[in-house]
Design a protein around this ligand. Structure first.
Ligand code: SAM
Length: 242
């Protein structure tokens, strides 16, 4: 996909804005299976804080906060993030969750080595060109602490919608107004260069179903510190009563 001009990028953002406004809470309240898995991985790694990219209306950000993580949720749709913030207040989780409007085509507004874990469910496969995806992965690498964990999911070339709708080049196809960059394995491997690629797990979500990969990769270096109170130890992430 050629680098998109501001008009095409704005059109996709407006599409997401309209979608969240017209269908509040469209992904439901339950966390994605990918987030449940990621929380357990982050927990074992001793992570305390999570940066979520493309958080939408926050089904996963709120789950992470309920598990006891401090969450920075980002998305380029203010409508989605407003729903996230409202629900966080209702659940009493607002002290643990911040919501910031951010387009991942731009550098992350966080210092180097400042977060323990990054999560992105179906964000890396949005209408991003291959160079934009590489730059985003470099940004994730920059903000993660040594030993930090990146869990992301993407629709892949085995998905039913791969090749359907309007072709934009670079394996991006637009269907029903949503543009998706379908990943092949070579792109996953290229993004893992310099990381420790822990897992590429195939799974499905939704009625279509969407066919996805869940990728877990870690940076070399020190392990993120475990919490002093031992809250992160155990078989899985503890839920905070809300
Ligand atoms: C398929 S939705 C997934 C939402 C959320 N992760 C979930 O699973 O509930 C993709 C999300 O990415 C956001 N998004 C797409 N392109 C983006 C970009 N360039 N920068 C930031 N967010 C983006 C959309 O607004 C949308 O919320």
């Amino acid at each position: 996909m050629p680098e998109q001009g501001p008009e095409a990028a704005d059109a996709q953002r407006e599409h997401w804005q309209r979608t969240y406004t017209g269908h509040p809470g469209m992904y439901g309240e339950a966390p994605s299976a990918a987030a449940v898995h990621a929380a357990a991985v982050f927990c074992v790694a001793g992570a305390r804080d999570v940066l979520e990219l493309g958080a939408g209306h926050g089904r996963d950000a709120l789950y992470f906060a309920g598990c006891g993580f401090t969450v920075r949720a980002t998305d380029y749709s203010p409508a989605g993030l407003e729903q996230l913030s409202t629900r966080a207040k209702e659940l009493g989780l607002d002290p643990a969750v911040s919501a910031t409007v951010h387009d991942v085509r731009r550098p992350l507004s966080l210092p180097d080595r400042s977060v323990d874990a990054v999560f992105a469910h179906m964000l890396m496969c949005m209408a991003l060109s291959t160079p934009e995806i590489h730059r985003l992965t470099d940004e994730v690498r920059r903000v993660l602490r040594p030993g930090g964990t990146f869990v992301y999911t993407v629709r892949h070339t085995g998905d039913a919608h791969y090749g359907a709708g309007t072709a934009h080049g670079d394996d991006v196809f637009e269907h029903g107004g949503f543009a998706v960059h379908f990943f092949d394995r070579a792109l996953v491997d290229a993004l893992a260069e310099g990381w420790d690629l822990r897992e590429v797990h195939a799974f499905e979500e939704g009625d279509l179903p969407r066919r996805l990969w869940r990728i877990t990769q870690t940076l070399p270096g020190g392990r993120a510190p475990a919490r002093e109170d031992g809250e992160r130890r155990g078989d899985g992430p503890p839920r905070r009563d809300t």
